[in-house]
Write a protein that binds this ligand. Structure first.
Ligand code: NAD
Length: 319
């Protein structure tokens, strides 16, 4: 079985795939036309990607292609509708990076409350400003609103309760109960925006969630509120967020994902969010811990092994 990996991938994962007897090629620099040409030449049965986009041309490049695996959880970078039309299965590795993203959310919440990045920037410039940075509220007894309580949202809820925060959550599936705790309760989406001190987004990037956070919803926020987005950029109307941040209608935004996000190997970012002092932004690193990447690689090997042995596709998103 031929497998093409068109992204960086854990060495242990490549070894695991080879142990299954597969002919494995890992070429992380492939994208767009080069990826399409390589799929046509090599004729893999399985294509494995992380952030590399898989478009219709690539899916059409070889009739050998049976399965595309997204070595991560979100699969909005793959043209799933086109894959379905062609009978190509698509699967992902849900939950393997949930803890890593939840940990980043808490890094961002604490960074915003204590203004840790500003502290560090001043310290590196040999400026001392204890008076200014001594003003912080603390997370205890504040309310965290979680939008989307799937795998990541649930890990965030658990950690918020450990920080003695009150948790309110909204999910399109009304019966989801992320944690059995009296202070972890469902709430309406607008109610979360109106009442929570911190709001964190954990929904997938789909047509339904596009601009879920628009100008009208941003207008509901309290001026001290902090909005965290480690899900997908499309979930927020970024232009409306920039206006709201400039007008100080919220205290800060913590973001890991951006509209027109640069490629993984790019050296600059042009996002308007990068110009704002009340944005604490990271470089789309939510899933990028060794622990998460090892777990994703192991799950990818499990998907391939099961497919090889039974023809069934574990975590298939287009059954
Ligand atoms: P998940 O599928 O386990 O959970 C998503 C939840 O969102 C589900 O409970 C679902 O019912 C809910 N949902 C869907 N549409 C909704 C809507 N319109 N309104 C309210 N709730 C809705 O996914 P997950 O593993 O928790 O990941 C969530 C997202 O996080 C992924 O889709 C991905 O885009 C993003 N992510 C980002 C990084 C990163 O590096 N920053 C890493 C991993 C995942």
């Amino acid at each position: 079985m031929k497998i093409l990996i068109a992204d960086k991938f854990e060495a242990a994962g490549i070894e695991g795939l080879k142990k299954l007897g597969a002919d494995v090629v890992c070429e992380p620099e492939l994208q767009d036309e080069t990826l399409t040409r390589r799929v046509a030449d090599f004729a893999p049965a399985i294509l494995i990607v992380r952030s590399t986009k898989v478009k219709a041309d690539t899916l059409a490049a070889s009739p050998s292609l049976k399965l595309v695996i997204r070595a991560g959880s979100g699969y909005d970078t793959i043209d799933v509708a086109n894959a379905t039309q062609r009978g190509i299965k698509v699967s992902n590795c849900p939950g393997m990076n949930a803890v890593a993203v939840a940990e980043l959310v808490f890094g961002l919440l604490l960074a915003a409350d204590r203004r840790i990045p500003d502290n560090v920037a001043d310290l590196r410039a040999h400026r001392w400003n204890k008076k200014e940075y001594s003003k912080a509220r603390g997370l205890k007894d504040t309310t965290l609103g979680i939008v989307g309580v799937g795998r990541i949202g649930t890990e965030v809820a658990k950690r918020a309760l450990a920080f003695d925060m009150h948790v309110r959550y909204y999910d399109i599936l009304p019966d989801l109960r992320p944690v059995d705790h009296p202070d972890c309760r469902p709430a309406g989406l607008d109610e979360i925006f109106q009442t929570c001190d911190y709001i964190t987004l954990h929904v997938p990037g789909t047509g339904d969630t596009r601009h879920l956070v628009n100008a009208a919803r941003l207008a509901l926020l309290q001026p001290h509120a902090v909005l965290v987005n480690t899900s997908r950029a499309s979930v927020i109307d970024e232009a409306a967020l920039v206006v709201a941040l400039k007008e100080k209608r919220l205290r800060a935004a913590c973001v890991d994902v951006y509209e027109n996000e640069p490629a993984a190997d790019a050296k600059t970012i042009t996002s308007p969010l990068a110009d704002l002092p009340n944005v604490y932004g990271t470089h789309h690193i939510g899933a990028s811990t060794d622990q998460a990447q090892s777990a994703v690689a192991e799950e990818t090997v499990r998907i391939v092994a099961e497919f090889q042995q039974t023809g069934k596709v574990r975590n298939c998103v287009n059954p």
